[in-house]
Write a protein that binds this ligand. Structure first.
Ligand code: FNR
Length: 185
């Protein structure tokens, strides 16, 4: 069975991007295993503590290593992706040891993002593509999903309803599943 690891670029409990990831999980149903990567405990990159890797780093590395695809759900901070995500990727970008290369290379990657603004996350997504391409991830460039105006898609409890964005999320789910399947053939 395909395993997708979702990396949400926001640590906020009520994060709209986290809610978007959970909506994708629901659409996927039993077509794939879909796990949210928990990485709050990954320390700030510091080469003094790089080897041996901290436990939290080992854990996220193993999660990513075992995945058939990585799906990023990112907020936009000042037209960039978040610092916590950059920190995580910096850790993952490093070789495990002299014998073992970094775990992102060759991994299929999808990107989505949701924000309150009109152009919600597309500039941040472009920056993320630059970074993960440098790390040799296998990026699905079409479709990428950008959902603007999140405030118009909330119910009275501040929960995401997605409304007219739902079909676009479904489309990205289907595209990413077939993208991964083709790579696995
Ligand atoms: C933001 N926000 C934001 N939104 C956007 O569309 N473009 C931007 O450049 C920024 N810049 C920005 C900087 C910083 C430091 C913060 C904290 C926030 C607003 C942001 O999109 C909003 O808070 C989202 O709700 C964050 O995503 P989550 O946490 O809901 O997933």
């Amino acid at each position: 069975k395909i395993k997708i690891v979702a990396v949400v670029g926001s640590l906020r409990k009520e994060s709209y991007n986290r809610q978007l990831a959970l909506a994708a999980k629901e659409i996927i149903g039993d077509r794939a295993d879909f796990e949210l990567l928990e990485y709050q405990d990954v320390p700030l990159m510091n080469q003094d503590i790089e080897y041996p890797a901290p436990e939290a780093v080992k854990r996220v590395r193993n999660e990513v290593k075992s995945a058939d695809g990585i799906w990023f759900f990112i907020p936009e901070y000042n037209h960039f992706f978040s610092g916590v995500l950059k920190n995580l990727i910096d850790w993952l970008s490093r070789p495990i040891s002299d014998q073992e290369r970094q775990v992102l290379a060759g991994k299929p990657a999808a990107i989505s993002g949701i924000s309150p603004s009109m152009i919600g996350t597309s500039i941040a997504q472009d920056h993320l593509v630059t970074l993960i391409s440098l790390l040799n991830m296998d990026v699905m460039n079409v479709p990428r999903l950008t959902i603007p105006n999140v405030m118009q898609q909330l119910d009275s409890d501040n929960k995401l309803t997605l409304k007219e964005s739902y079909p676009y999320l479904e489309k990205q789910v289907n595209s990413f599943l077939s993208f991964i399947t083709k790579r696995n053939q």
